[in-house]
Write a new protein. Structure first.
Length: 132
């Protein structure tokens, strides 16, 4: 995620050199998912440089808007980007993630689980257009 007027909007190519030279706004830097991202980046010889660190999405988007760095968010909501003057760069190269749900097979919760799965599927399909 970058500012709408960022030069990266028109000329961005994902590369190890780009990742290594970019300033990042990190959300929850010490979280498990950030640790995994840093491990993967280091495998490719990249060491993230942070322009700002925060624990809230709203602050992270504000920091990006102020030009303190770029952000990384999987499927950001369009309304958040638009309201902060931001855009998401092309991530077509990323693989899709499959999300699973596990539960204990107990007769008394089977109807609840079935209803939850049906509702979740319907909401995902209905809201697909709301995300980048």
């Amino acid at each position: 995620i970058v500012k709408k007027d960022s030069p990266l909007v028109n000329s961005f190519t994902w590369s190890e050199q780009c990742l290594d030279s970019m300033s990042w706004v990190a959300l929850q830097e010490d979280s498990y998912s950030m640790d995994l991202l840093k491990i993967e980046m280091r495998k490719h010889g990249c060491a993230p440089v942070y322009g700002a660190l925060t624990n809230t999405i709203s602050a992270a988007l504000k920091y990006i808007e102020l030009g303190l760095g770029a952000g990384f968010m999987i499927t950001p909501p369009k309304f958040l980007l638009e309201s902060n003057g931001l855009v998401a760069l092309n991530t077509d190269f990323l693989a899709e993630a499959e999300i699973g749900l596990a539960w204990r097979d107990k007769e008394e919760i089977n109807d609840i689980i079935t209803s939850f799965r049906t509702l979740a599927r319907e909401l995902i399909m209905a809201r697909r257009g709301d995300f980048v």
